[in-house]
Ligand binder design. Sequence first.
Ligand code: B16
Ligand code: MG
Length: 219
Amino acid sequence: MSKIGVIFDLDGVIVDTAKYHFLAWKNLADELGFEFTEAHNELLKGISRVHSLEILLNIGRISLSEDKKQNYLTSKNEDYLNYINKMGPEEILPGTEKLLDTLDSLNIKYVLGSASKNAPLILKQVNLLERFTDIVDGNSVSKAKPDPEVFLIGSKKLNLLPEKCIVFEDAIAGVEAANKANMISVGIGDKNTLHKANYNFNNLTEIPENFFEEFLSKK
Ligand code: B16
Ligand code: MG
């Protein structure tokens, strides 16, 4: 077995579901009567669904009963799923499949480490579900990113120590979670935003072929 393993975030690394989250949150904000912009949506990247609603309600300066919050969480997700159910493999972000092929050829195992409770469905929609050794998602954790729980469970699924795991993440909260877990963090996206990551690339097409060699050769 390989000495290292990889944990992939989903939204923003493998697929861009942020655009669908945006449409669904915006519909909710419209219903509640305030403006929700793409800049606001940036604040929700990598953040759990429940916490996202809290941030959204803060933006609108709205306070709701717990019952109402639960109803809105359900209706937002139903709305979001209408978009997800139309997704197909053409929505896989560039470089993903080539990177997975490289990992397969090096015998490096990989799991998913996502905040999304819809992660298995999204992977199924884009025909990637079978490729992952395991899925750790929003249903498996009690603490959301930036807590390291999701990635620490991922390392257990890989049967590896945290320091032997490489995490690909597009969100600040996710990079923080990987760093707290004592893993190797790779920021995918804006280098300035993700400056706490150990390595930075704009997207997965930029990962060099020999990127993993350095880690495989370490004792
Ligand atoms: P759901 P990731 C995250 O996915 C998204 O970035 C974030 O915007 C979303 O609120 C969260 O999943 C929960 O998603 O409503 O589907 O459970 O980046 O951790 O893969
Ligand atoms: Mg993400």
